[in-house]
Design a protein around this ligand. Structure first.
Ligand code: AMP
Ligand code: ZN
Length: 115
């Protein structure tokens, strides 16, 4: 756990978040600034800076994250209609929190390509 990392502090229970689902390796909670009717973040409990680092260091954790994202889509009732997984990686992609996360976006028609 990194003391100065927002998502480590959420994972540690120090900062509240609205949990949607959890697994052994990951947590899913609502984004504080939703960009779609369903906007949930899936993070690993342990700290890595981005999903590529998770894939390199702990591939099973990345699998767990994607499975949890699918579970979120199920419980949110959007699995049939469709959802988007986004992993902003690096500053030009507007990654602002450098603890790996997947955005689960759904509940409206999503534009393509994203801006
Ligand atoms: P990114 O820009 O891909 O790094 O995504 C970071 C996301 O974290 C943004 O969509 C923020 O709205 C979200 N966020 C920031 N602080 C919090 C928080 N305390 N609880 C939930 N989501 C947050
Ligand atoms: Zn962290």
């Amino acid at each position: 756990m990194a003391d100065d990392c927002l998502f480590c502090r959420i994972a540690g229970g120090e900062i509240p978040a609205e949990m949607v689902a959890t697994s052994d390796e990951a947590l899913a909670f609502r984004d504080i600034t939703p960009a779609a009717p369903t906007h949930v973040l899936v993070i690993p409990r342990a700290h890595w800076a981005n999903v590529a680092e998770v894939a390199a260091a702990a591939p099973q954790t990345l699998v767990d994250m994607v499975r949890l994202a699918a579970e979120v889509a199920d419980v949110e009732g959007v699995a049939g209609d469709g959802y988007r997984l986004v992993a902003n990686t690096g500053p030009s992609a507007h990654q602002t929190v450098f603890h790996a996360h997947l955005h689960v976006l759904a509940g409206r028609s999503l534009t393509w390509p994203p801006g």
